[in-house]
Design a protein around this ligand. Structure first.
Ligand SMILES: Cc1cc2nc3c(=O)[nH]c(=O)nc-3n(C[C@H](O)[C@H](O)[C@H](O)COP(=O)(O)OP(=O)(O)OC[C@H]3O[C@@H](n4cnc5c(N)ncnc54)[C@H](O)[C@@H]3O)c2cc1C
Ligand code: SF4
Length: 484
């Protein structure tokens, strides 16, 4: 259980960052690794609670066995800890970097505002796995003779492909982009997670017998009907990246963009790919020397903020219609659930001006070019308060108010009415039977990740990919040893 008195003796420490003035000069990761000794001390704080909420239903979605690997790290047995971590999470180097860590919210020590630094320990363990040479292909020892197609190579598709390959099926992954990774590669900026981590995993998964076919969109370059004829099962992990429509007047002015084309462009630039890409019709977007306004208060908005600073924006203002949350939550009301409280992302901490409880009334421009964003304060019903209007100078504005579901093109257009959707009108795909079947209304077609849940988290996508793989294996073989 870590050290019996660890939580009394040792203060919580998380990985430190490079100073903002240094890290905005580059697009690389900026977390400073902790020494093994310090990671061991942080793991020692774990109390091995009778009910470890951190890995229970309110904590880690993949049910990482957090108290177990904390104990192993404290004891210095990194190798067994790495094995334990990989038994529940295919890609801990992703989640160790970019998971918002609901586990830490659910940690009992969070009642005292000093949860175990679970995410920091996870990242250290994941990176140690590479240093120790433990991330190697683990091919299946026997082949099932079954063929499975996975559509989409985001975290859900990668997890599904790896699990199915290890179960002995012949797996082909189809990805419409030029490289695998989904939003991990083209949405999430490099400064949060460098892309060589995806390349290393793709190398491992390929070594396990999975074949990646990039630049192939199912429903356009190859049809779903062909796959249904050729494969025993198909797992659709297509994501949900259709932006919500903000409906702000004058959004046709030049200088206004949805967040995704902007983020995709910068990721392609860093990755040495041509900046313009499939589907995103916009010229090159660059924030250098500009006044930037980001509409929206979530993670995608934060990523726009951090990217704009790195491109040399003069000023970045972020608008959030919600009221400023309290500094701390009432633990007895919300613990062990995720709390609404004032959180400052590393990007916001780089100098963003944050405006809360404001609505964006309209974009303002001259000769078709954006010059400002007209706002007003809102009341508790989010209605603009007359007389509080003000204009923020802007040469560039990004709309980052969330995602409405998948684009109704490609596979979804081909499937049409045959593929049942959820009743919430967002266009996310519904499962036919109970939630654990992952089966859709179409023959041989399973679904996992954001395209089923709606835009969510990487750790949820990994969980869905793992569980969908199990459902497929069970259906094809009548029995399965893949974990839930
Ligand atoms: C800007 C941004 C920042 C985020 N930051 C975080 C974060 O910090 N932490 C976190 O946990 N989560 C974050 N998320 C959410 C997270 O990235 C997603 O929840 C996760 O990537 C979903 O995984 P997925 O595999 O379901 O879908 P995706 O990652 O969207 O992958 C879907 C893939 O399917 C491919 N595809 C779709 N249709 C077809 C087709 N017909 N044929 C072939 N290929 C197809 C797409 O090209 C794509 O590669 C962020 C999301 C965004 C947009
Ligand atoms: S994947 Fe996320 S929730 Fe699970 S242990 Fe890691 S940081 Fe915590």
């Amino acid at each position: 259980m870590g050290k019996v008195t660890g939580f009394l003796e040792i203060d919580r420490q998380t990985a430190k960052y490079q100073p903002a003035s240094d890290r905005i000069r580059h697009f690389r990761e900026f977390t400073l690794p902790m020494s093994d000794a310090e990671v061991g001390k942080q793991a020692a704080r774990c109390m091995d609670c009778g009910i470890p909420y951190c890995h229970g239903p309110t904590g880690c979605p993949v049910h990482n066995q957090i108290p177990d690997w904390n104990d192993l790290v404290y004891a210095g047995d990194w190798e067994t800890a790495v094995r334990n971590l990989h038994s529940t999470n295919n890609f801990p180097e992703f989640t160790g970097r970019i998971c918002p860590a609901p586990c830490e919210e659910a940690c009992t020590l969070n009642l005292e505002d000093s949860p175990v630094a679970i995410k920091t320990v996870e990242q250290a363990l994941a990176d140690k796995a590479y240093k120790l040479g433990l991330v190697v292909p683990q091919p299946a020892t026997t082949q099932s003779g079954k063929r499975v197609a996975v559509i989409g190579s985001g975290p859900a598709g990668l997890a599904a492909a790896q699990q199915l390959g290890r179960a002995g099926h012949r797996v082909d992954v189809f990805e419409r982009e030029s490289k695998p990774g989904g939003l991990l590669r083209y949405g999430i900026p490099d400064f949060k997670m460098e892309k060589h981590w995806i390349d290393k995993r793709v190398e491992q998964i390929s070594g396990e017998g999975v074949t990646f076919h990039c630049g192939v969109e199912i429903g356009r370059d190859r049809m779903l009907a062909d796959l249904q004829a050729e494969y025993d099962a198909i797992v659709y992990c297509g994501g949900a990246e259709r932006p919500r429509d903000a409906g702000i007047p004058n959004h046709g002015l030049s200088g206004i963009h949805d967040a995704m084309p902007y983020l995709v462009q910068q990721n392609r630039r860093v990755g040495g790919e041509p900046v313009q890409s499939r589907g995103w019709a916009a010229g090159e977007i660059w924030a250098g020397a500009k006044h930037v306004v980001v509409v929206g208060g979530g993670d995608t908005a934060s990523d726009c903020v951090g990217t704009a600073f790195r491109q040399g924006a003069v000023k970045v203002t972020q608008l959030d219609i919600r009221p400023q949350p309290p500094k701390t939550e009432n633990k007895l009301e919300v613990w062990p659930y995720w709390a609404t409280k004032m959180r400052t992302s590393s990007s916001q901490a780089e100098g963003a001006v944050r405006e809360f409880q404001v609505a964006t009334l309209e974009f303002v421009g001259e000769d078709g070019v954006l010059t400002g964003v007209k706002c007003a304060e809102v009341d508790e019903r989010r209605k603009p308060i007359a007389g509080t209007e003000f204009v923020i100078k802007a040469d560039l504005a990004f709309i980052a108010i969330g995602f409405a579901g998948p684009f109704e093109t490609g596979l979804l257009a081909e499937a049409g009415e045959a593929l049942s959707k959820k009743a919430d009108s967002r266009g996310n795909v519904a499962v036919a039977a109970d939630d654990t079947s992952y089966r859709t209304s179409m023959d041989k077609l399973y679904v996992a990740g954001d395209v089923r849940r709606g835009q969510s988290l990487v750790v949820w996508a990994i969980r869905e990919g793992r569980q969908a793989a199990r459902a497929v294996d069970l259906e094809l073989m009548g029995t399965t040893t893949l974990p839930r």
